[in-house]
Design a binder for this molecule. Structure first.
Ligand SMILES: [Mg+2]
Length: 197
């Protein structure tokens, strides 16, 4: 388990994650561009990793640190970016004491990205993630146990249509705003498992 600094941000971030766990959220899925970082890499960042790390929003640095140290929640980055290694390196740089291997990163890397005939938002990424967690850890994640944080309203609306929880990240996002949203969220009821023959 990782240690976190007792700064006010760290304390509030831990409270947010505890509330999510208590309310039944099992997967925290975060967009990258204009969410974790305040800039848009347009799919391919051409500057250095340290430069991009400078744009990581402090509230998401704190939230990621708290989420990664919480065993009862899976953490994922779901993004149209084509640079999974860059994202991992940025996280390693801003969270040197966290176990970044706990973060499942799903980008639109060339070996995976599907042509979208209709707009699917982050649903392909989330579907892949659910399958990945099942194959890897034999856990069955239900749609409403996933919380997507994304700055794009279309992705948020689509996530809600697919039964996920979703929060539209505003430009002036703070931990207080995220905390308000999480506190107002309904408790997620786990659906009974379907009996197998
Ligand atoms: Mg975005």
């Amino acid at each position: 388990m990782c240690t976190t600094s007792p700064e006010p941000d760290a304390i509030l971030a831990r409270a947010i994650i505890s509330t999510l766990v208590r309310k039944g959220v099992r997967v925290l899925a975060l967009d990258f561009d204009k969410t974790i970082v305040s800039v848009h890499t347009k799919g391919y960042w051409r500057q250095t990793t340290p430069k991009l790390a400078e744009y990581v929003r402090p509230c998401f640095r704190a939230l990621l640190e708290a989420a990664i140290s919480e065993c009862d929640i899976y953490v994922s980055v779901v993004t149209y970016s084509m640079q999974p290694q860059l994202i991992r390196d940025v996280l390693l740089r801003v969270l040197p004491h966290s176990d970044i291997s706990r973060v499942v990163i799903r980008t639109n890397a060339e070996d995976w990205a599907q042509k979208q005939v209709t707009f699917l938002g982050k649903q392909q990424h989330i579907a892949w993630l659910v399958t990945e967690l099942f194959n890897r850890d034999h856990v069955m994640i239900q749609a409403h146990e996933i919380l997507l944080l994304d700055d794009d309203i279309k992705n948020v609306q689509l996530a809600e249509e697919f039964g996920h929880q979703a929060y539209e990240v505003p430009e002036d996002v703070t931990l207080d705003l995220i905390s308000e949203f999480v506190n107002d969220m309904n408790v997620v009821e786990r659906l009974p498992a379907t009996p197998t023959e």
